[in-house]
Design a protein. Structure first.
Length: 219
């Protein structure tokens, strides 16, 4: 059986499709005040104070080692934030605990480690309370974008045109060589797409983002 449609209706539907294509996607995720208060209490118990900026770092990536910015770079970035007066916490799933531990052992100023210590609802609320999230191209990048937290995503082997978070509060940083994006899970050469990005670059871009949009404080 052939589908038959009046020509006028076909044109009308094509016009509707074209206009739909122009609409920006809305991936907003709301977090209840109760969830935020519970997250604030969790942060207070681990030594995070509402009076100081909170920077979240997500150094892991479960499905690809090549998406990980080197742990020593995350450690240097954590120290830059600590020395500027911010509080730093490492986040991620339990499977990423070893990566966070590697970052921790290379820092001069000990960050709070929340990696593997939170449920999904808890980490969503914590991200919503943070002043900024800095992460590899992984799940939390999209959570940060969805809850409206300034989110800076470090890109290397993946393609930001297809996997970057689509929100006005999200930005990316990358220094792509000729071989990027390769989409490989392990770099067969020297990981130059990631090692080209310096902690000072990420810190400077994150500071500019912080100045544009202060975070909500839940007391």
């Amino acid at each position: 059986m052939r589908f038959r449609c009046h020509r006028g209706k076909t044109i009308e539907r094509l016009a509707e499709y074209a206009s739909a294509q122009q609409i920006e996607p809305d991936f907003a995720l709301s977090v209840s005040e109760q969830r935020k208060r519970e997250a604030f209490e969790l942060l207070r118990r681990v030594g995070i104070h509402a009076e100081l900026p909170l920077v979240l770092l997500c150094p892991g990536s479960i499905n690809s080692r090549s998406k990980r910015w080197p742990t020593e770079r995350y450690a240097a970035l954590a120290d830059l934030f600590s020395e500027s007066g911010s509080q730093v916490a490492l986040i991620g799933s339990g499977a990423e605990a070893e990566i966070s531990q590697q970052v921790l052992t290379q820092t001069r100023h000990r960050p709070v480690v929340l990696t593997g210590r939170t449920s999904v609802p808890e980490i969503i609320a914590i991200i919503a309370l943070a002043d900024i999230l800095i992460t590899n191209d992984t799940g939390p990048a999209h959570i940060g974008s969805a809850v409206g937290t300034p989110t800076l995503v470090i890109f290397g082997p993946t393609n930001p045109a297809t996997t970057r978070p689509f929100a006005s509060t999200a930005e990316i940083i990358r220094e792509p060589p000729d071989c990027a994006p390769c989409m490989l899970r392990d770099c067969p050469i020297d990981h130059r797409c990631m090692t080209a990005i310096q902690p000072e670059q990420v810190f400077a871009q994150a500071r500019r983002m912080l100045l544009r949009e202060p975070a909500e404080v839940i007391a």
